[in-house]
Design a binder for this molecule. Structure first.
Ligand SMILES: *[C@@H]1O[C@H](CO)[C@@H](O)[C@H](O)[C@H]1NC(C)=O
Ligand SMILES: *[C@@H]1O[C@H](CO)[C@@H](O)[C@H](O)[C@H]1NC(C)=O
Ligand SMILES: *[C@@H]1O[C@H](CO)[C@@H](O)[C@H](O)[C@H]1NC(C)=O
Length: 462
């Protein structure tokens, strides 16, 4: 079996993949056929044109395209309607010009009807053909028996003048009570002693204010009418519910409004639940007050540990439907722009300070010191990094102390050509017969230079 596959594989591959046939045969459609573009094999973007049988109307485009191995769109031929002479006679109908003959009407076209003399039309006289379907109007004879009381309908009234007797072919009109919607024809006809089907008044949806109060719901757009009473939504209408302040929709918290349609079933109210917040988890910080749970619009104050700051720069967070706002989060401190005494940041950072500051942890700045001052590293340029505790080392310029070129009657201890900054010390020794001034063979670099000034004085002979 395996050998056979190996043998067949090249053949199979060739037939499947060298063939250009990307789409199958274009589809067969009812009451239509291909007019042009037919081929033995179809490749991507090939097009085929369809034609419907006489009397049929093509829906949409007559061209279909091979796209992604499929033909789109699928064409459809819509049927015409046929009204026969027999139908017209049976229903006492006439076509325009008082004609009675079998006729074909294309989809979406209108046909005008009339009734034979002595009859009345029950529905508008223009009828449309929709894919082979057309409702014929009915004609009611005016020569039939009289009718007595027209039928009463629930939640609706007859709005035409009331009579003892109604002649055949006459009609009465109905109207539904407020909020009720009428289904069917709003008239009923006297047809040989009996009334044609009366319309029905569909009940509206009642929205109970008490129920809304219980469920903590409000109506988004206030409907007209007294809000202290129940609210009625006519059939087919809709209402938008929201939860009261401090409550949120449980089913879909991202949706603050639920639209409910009145479709005859009882209203399904949205579920609202009280908005509560749990104590937040604040790393590298604390908050006050500490509670097991917080209510809507409760607030907390957050304080970050040293080296940290609030992400939002706002200490107060409020309990909202989406949780604490702003979220109480402590982040490592940012490093802000700094003015350096006796120095300044490199031109680049000075010029773009509004753009580059605050710097984040890990970022650095370079700075230079004024003449007579040095950064801690004693090089021309100082560098400071932003850490979670701020700038490190602190960008600072120190007073520079030069070693005097010459020390009369003494020498400095092997420190030649080194730069000194504030706080550093040098030591020296004096020649025989000389002593350091103030009994000290050392001096400290201060803001005001070496202190004490290194000097060798002649030994005092006593
Ligand atoms: C009315 O109905 C009666 C039977 O109840 C029938 O004999 C008569 O032909 C009908 N009249 C019309 C005009 O349809
Ligand atoms: C039918 O009603 C009309 C008035 O609506 C009346 O003139 C006529 O006499 C009535 N016909 C019969 C047969 O009762
Ligand atoms: C009855 O229905 C017709 C057509 O559907 C409409 O034009 C007419 O205004 C309606 N009458 C009443 C009172 O609603």
């Amino acid at each position: 079996m395996k050998n056979l596959l190996v043998y067949l594989l090249p053949f199979l591959l060739r037939t499947c993949c060298t063939s250009q046939n990307v789409c199958e045969e274009p589809p067969d459609i009812d009451f239509g056929e291909i007019r042009s573009g037919e081929k033995a094999a179809y490749i991507e973007s090939d097009r085929v044109q369809y034609n419907c049988n006489p009397g049929f109307v093509l829906e949409g485009s007559e061209w279909i395209t091979c796209s992604g191995r499929k033909w789109t769109p699928t064409p459809k031929c819509l049927a015409p309607c046929i009204v026969t002479k027999q139908q017209l006679e049976a229903k006492n109908l006439l076509l325009s010009g008082n004609r009675v003959r079998t006729q074909l009407i294309q989809h979406n076209h209108m046909l005008q009807f009339q009734c034979r003399e002595g009859h009345v039309l029950t529905v508008p006289m223009d009828r449309k053909c929709l894919d082979g379907h057309m409702d014929l109007p009915s004609c009611i004879s005016e020569r039939g028996k009289n009718c007595s009381c027209p039928p009463a309908i629930e939640n609706g009234d007859i709005i035409t003048l009331s009579k003892k007797q109604y002649k055949a072919g006459s009609s009465v009109q109905f109207k539904c009570q407020k909020y009720y919607s009428l289904e069917g024809d709003n008239r009923t006809f006297c047809d040989n002693g009996t009334w044609t089907k009366a319309p029905v008044c569909l009940e509206p949806c009642a929205i109970s204010l008490a129920e809304m109060e219980n469920r903590k719901i409000e109506i988004k757009r206030k409907l007209d009418g007294d809000i202290s009473e129940n609210i009625y939504v006519p059939r087919g209408g809709s209402v938008e519910f929201t939860c009261k302040m401090g409550y949120m929709v449980t089913t879909n918290p991202s949706q603050s409004v639920s639209v409910i349609q009145c479709n005859g079933d009882s209203i399904v109210y949205p579920e609202c639940k009280e908005i509560v917040c749990s104590p937040p988890q604040v790393e590298n910080g604390n908050f006050q007050p500490n509670q097991i749970q917080y209510e809507y619009e409760d607030t907390i104050e957050t304080q970050c540990e040293s080296g940290y700051q609030l992400q939002s720069r706002q200490a107060t967070s409020t309990c909202t439907e989406t949780g604490w706002s702003p979220p109480p989060i402590c982040i490592p401190k940012n490093c802000d722009y700094i003015r350096i005494e006796n120095g300044q940041l490199s031109d680049f950072y000075e010029r773009w300070k509004d753009y580059y500051f605050p710097r984040r942890v890990g970022q650095t700045v370079d700075y230079y010191c004024s003449y007579g001052f040095l950064p801690r590293n004693k090089e021309t340029r100082g560098r400071s990094s932003c850490t979670k505790f701020g700038w490190s080392p602190e960008p600072k310029c120190f007073k520079k102390c030069d070693i005097p070129r010459r020390l009369a009657h003494g020498t400095f201890n092997a420190h030649t050509r080194r730069k000194y900054i504030e706080g550093e010390e040098i030591s020296f020794s004096c020649e025989n017969g000389y002593d350091p001034a103030n009994q000290q063979a050392k001096a400290v670099c201060t803001k005001n230079g070496w202190s004490p000034a290194p000097r060798c004085d002649m030994k005092k002979t006593e």
